[in-house]
Design a protein around this ligand. Structure first.
Ligand code: GTB
Length: 216
């Protein structure tokens, strides 16, 4: 059955792979599923046709036959449960990998998004210089904790899983801030994710849309 996802017709990041279609593309590449992409503008995402797929008028969406999904966590979990490659066979290890997906989305991503908002949209506010260090502290606390847990391991819990895919995707959002530099174990963890052939294919595919000159 054909899989179709949506992505920005032009991502605001100009092809850095930070928009959320990249994590879905990465999951599809990891499990070896071909897919097609329907590109959407910001305006089109607010139209009824797209809102029927995504109640919040966002991307990515996922369609496969009769199934329409939104939320990258749900999409990646759907792929991981139906195909080999992103979740371990052992039931407990599987549950733990899913816990890491939730941790990435619920515990680590929120302060990182707050930081991105502060850096991008709040610079001209009179309270910005006071607030920024507080937001950075909340990110740093999560990075310290995550780094302690990862230790010298390659991945969070045994073999690479959907939990790592989601965690690396979330941490990548920190690259522009330089905050990963203070956490060499996490920087190496992210680099391991980026070095995976499936990630490279996903990154190249979004770059071809957003910055065709660089993609070549
Ligand atoms: N929780 C949802 C999920 O995981 O699927 C969040 C989806 C979401 O935020 N989608 C964003 C969107 O559609 C795109 S990824 N925004 C349009 C809107 O809300 O109108 C967010 C994003 C955008 C741009 C960059 N960037 O340029 O670096 C990074 C991330």
């Amino acid at each position: 059955m054909t899989i179709t996802i949506t992505a920005f017709e032009r991502s605001p990041d100009g092809g850095k792979g930070l928009a959320r279609d990249t994590r879905v593309r990465w999951a599809l590449e990891e499990v070896g599923q071909p897919y097609t992409v329907r590109l959407v503008s910001f305006a089109a995402m607010k139209e009824p046709a797209h809102l029927a797929l995504h109640p919040f008028g966002q991307m990515p969406t996922y369609q496969e036959g009769d199934l329409a999904l939104f939320e990258t966590g749900a999409i990646v979990l759907h792929l991981a449960e139906r195909h080999v490659g992103l979740l371990p066979d052992d039931a407990n290890a599987r549950a733990r990998a899913i816990a890491w997906m939730f941790a990435a989305l619920n515990t680590v991503e929120p302060p990182i998004l707050e930081l991105a908002t502060a850096r991008l949209f709040e610079r001209d506010r009179p309270w910005h210089t006071e607030r920024l260090p507080l937001v950075e502290d909340r990110v740093r606390q999560r990075l310290d904790q995550l780094s302690d847990r990862l230790g010298d391991a390659d991945w969070l819990d045994g073999a690479f899983s959907a939990g790592d895919l989601m965690m690396v995707s979330v941490l990548l959002r920190l690259k522009p801030s330089g905050m990963l530099d203070g956490h060499p174990k996490l920087a190496a963890y992210v680099a391991r994710g980026e070095a995976r052939p499936a990630y490279k294919r996903a990154f190249a595919a979004q770059l071809a849309v957003n910055n065709p000159q660089v993609a070549g």
